[in-house]
Design a protein around this ligand. Structure first.
Ligand code: NAD
Length: 273
């Protein structure tokens, strides 16, 4: 169900289905999206300081009336804030904008070369002293993770990556699973491009579900946390309606086989400015 969770390596329960808010406008638009999602049973919201909508996210949380402790709130430190002191400062600024006193998960948004290790030291500090319930990374390829883990004390609890049938990166998923790093999908709907694929139309007809529901169900059956974005009330509700059916193993495989290493977002190996 919507409140179902995967357990992170420190024992924290992370709801495996959440709402993404990239490109949702600050103010009413994002506040409404968050409020509608929480009313529909979502318990996980994914924002970032670079999305410039943390204030609206905080407002939506308040307006929903749902208990803070029942919501899993995620934000991320932006590239230009990386480094030790600046990460701690960025965390405090995010909290202030959200009007919250802790985050459930704080992520290093991108592996900024020459900086991400210092940033990670600050993440460890925040985890140990400032009440962040879990810390993780985003857009870390295997070599970034291996490099990070040569000097880190705490293994990242999560790696949030672009993930959809055109970009599976199974080796990276396997590496993360082996190292107890929970894999999480961004752009699970291929930023809207998933709706064009014929095979998705066929599967939607076969299961009598929407294309979004098919691919989001696939994420969960792959053991991957997923955070589709929408700011529309009806789509937010419908995207979450994935708990009354199951994809056959052959169909899970069929979607895996669409993999062609195609990105719709930036490449982690050269997005470190
Ligand atoms: P997405 O794959 O979730 O697709 C969103 C697009 O699909 C939007 O244009 C939306 O209007 C459309 N859509 C949603 N539901 C629909 C439906 N039922 N029918 C038709 N269209 C529908 O793309 P995303 O927003 O890039 O990714 C999801 C979230 O992941 C983001 O909001 C953000 O929180 C996170 N993210 C993180 C990173 C990162 O670097 N860590 C990068 C990108 C996104």
């Amino acid at each position: 169900d919507l409140k179902g969770t995967f357990t992170l390596h420190n024992g924290v329960e992370m709801p495996y289905f959440g709402l993404g808010v990239y490109l949702s406008k600050d103010g009413k638009e994002v506040a409404n999206a968050v409020k509608w999602a929480l009313e529909d049973g979502y318990r996980h919201i994914d924002t970032a300081s670079i999305y410039k909508n943390e204030e609206g996210v905080g407002q939506g949380i308040k307006e929903s009336g749902v208990d803070r402790k029942d919501i899993f709130v995620v934000s991320k430190v932006w590239n230009s804030d990386q480094g030790y002191e600046s990460t701690i400062k960025a965390y405090k600024s995010s909290l202030k904008r959200l009007d919250l006193d802790y985050l459930d998960l704080y992520l290093v948004h991108w592996p900024v070369k020459g900086k991400y290790k210092e940033t990670w030291r600050a993440m460890e500090y925040l985890y140990k002293h400032k009440g962040v319930r879990a810390i993780g990374v985003s857009n870390f390829m295997q070599h970034h993770l291996e490099d990070l883990m040569t000097s880190s004390e705490i293994v990242p609890m999560v790696n949030q990556m672009e993930f959809h049938p055109y970009l599976v990166q199974q080796d990276l998923i396997d590496f993360c699973n082996k190292n107890t790093i929970q894999y999480e999908a961004w752009s699970p709907l291929m930023q809207g491009n998933i709706f064009e694929l014929d095979i998705m139309k066929d599967l939607a007809a076969k299961y009598n579900k929407t294309i979004a529901q098919i691919v989001l169900r696939w994420d969960l059956q792959k053991g991957v946390v997923t955070i589709p974005k929408s700011a529309k009330k009806e789509r937010i509700r419908a995207n979450a309606d994935i708990f009354d059916f199951e994809l056959a193993a052959t169909d899970v495989k069929k979607l895996e086989q669409l993999d062609r290493g195609k990105r719709f977002g930036p490449d982690p190996n050269n997005f470190d400015f």
